[in-house]
Design a protein around this ligand. Structure first.
Ligand SMILES: [Zn+2]
Length: 375
């Protein structure tokens, strides 16, 4: 089966291997043997987008849980690369993506993960932190900080290099570079995690931990992205009500609560079927599905007018041609004088999802989508 990168969609026969210098240096200082949990050394990097297997796995996870809803999340990536930043801006543009790092320039928060004072409690819905905790002196403190800055239903997506041969987590601060390589595999690593040891530390910080293995991702997805057999993504869930089965529901409320919030903050006049109504705050939202949705093979959508959390108007509409959807996608900002609060998002080829609030000064409009696209 051909590889197909989850992030850039590019097909290839084989991803690129880990740079051999990495292992050579470890061997030179007497490190090993080792059995990494989530690292496919022979097929590590996508040549096109430079994503690593763990970044592709993160993207697979996000696509699995977010694709059924258009959700506006506050996301924080710690020690960011360019890969997930671009992934969010292209695939999930409604999410707010921020970055944090102690040493990097150009991040939104230049903070130590052990003490992120300037980030307030519950500020983020998702924290992504890959291969950072093994560098940090007090990783327990950092995990408690992640717990603090996550919202009530927030989740952490955490990875560290786990060695499956390691029975217990080993750590030491202040060793020489050579000694760090010999014991932990890299000159600036200060510990080596066992699988259970990592889970324990996340749980000690208050999280419920979901270990998503290749079975959760599915055979096809794992093959396409060349995940190793033992690859595991750790999801640290703040609300223990969520497990592997209902993970998709974690964020389901976000979009709707945002829409209501927006509605409550505005006093508007709006019209339904040409009849103008005054003085009610409302919002319009809707979405479109195509083919793969439960509605069947044609594109259907729903438009709702809401006052607070109460739906005061609801209308279903249909498209018969995919081009119609494409035209909206292209023209979404061309409704004159109307603010479109959410863009349309292409989930995959032939599948589209749309959500929007339409405001024109003090008017919120019901949108007949069929009519709008012919403008
Ligand atoms: Zn790629």
């Amino acid at each position: 089966m051909k590889r197909k990168c989850e992030i850039c969609g590019q097909q290839t026969d084989k991803f690129l291997p880990v740079n051999p210098c990495f292992r050579q240096e470890q061997e030179r200082f007497g490190y090993g043997p080792t059995e990494p949990e989530t690292l496919n050394e022979s097929e590590y990097v996508c040549e096109t987008c430079q994503s690593t297997d763990r970044e592709r796995m993160c993207a697979s996870f996000l696509n699995k849980i977010l694709k059924e809803h258009l959700i506006r999340l506050n996301v924080l990536e710690v020690a960011p690369g360019h890969v997930l930043s671009e992934f969010f801006s292209e695939q999930y543009p409604v999410c707010t993506y921020k970055t944090a790092d102690l040493f990097m320039e150009g991040v939104d928060y230049k903070v130590d993960v052990q003490d992120m004072e300037e980030i307030r409690n519950g500020q983020f819905d998702m924290v992504i932190c890959f291969h950072v905790l093994e560098h940090v002196k007090d990783d327990r403190k950092a995990l408690r900080e992640f717990y603090r800055i996550l919202s009530e239903n927030g989740i952490g997506i955490f990875l560290v290099p786990i060695d499956l041969l390691q029975k217990e987590t080993e750590e030491a601060w202040g060793l020489s570079k050579e000694e760090n390589i010999r014991r932990f595999g890299q000159e600036d690593h200060v510990r080596k995690y066992s699988r259970q040891g990592f889970i324990d530390r996340m749980e000690d910080a208050g999280f419920s931990v979901l270990s998503l293995d290749t079975k959760w991702f599915g055979w096809r997805n794992c093959r396409q992205n060349a995940y190793s057999k033992t690859a595991t993504l750790y999801i640290a869930v703040k609300n223990p009500a969520y497990g592997k089965q209902n993970l998709k529901d974690v964020f389901a409320g976000h979009f709707f609560s945002y829409a209501s919030e927006k509605a409550d903050s505005q006093s508007v006049r709006y019209s339904i079927d040409g009849v103008e109504k005054k003085g009610e705050a409302c919002s319009v939202w809707g979405w479109i599905f195509h083919k793969s949705c439960k509605y069947g093979r044609i594109i259907k959508g729903v438009l709702c007018l809401k006052k607070g959390s109460r739906v005061i108007y609801r209308k279903q509409f249909e498209f018969t041609k995919r081009q119609d959807v494409m035209r909206i996608y292209g023209e979404q900002y061309e409704y004159s004088g109307i603010e479109v609060a959410f863009p349309l998002r292409r989930i995959k080829k032939g599948t589209y999802e749309m959500a929007f609030l339409l405001f024109n000064d003090r008017k919120a409009y019901e949108v007949d989508v069929k009519k709008s696209i012919s403008v």
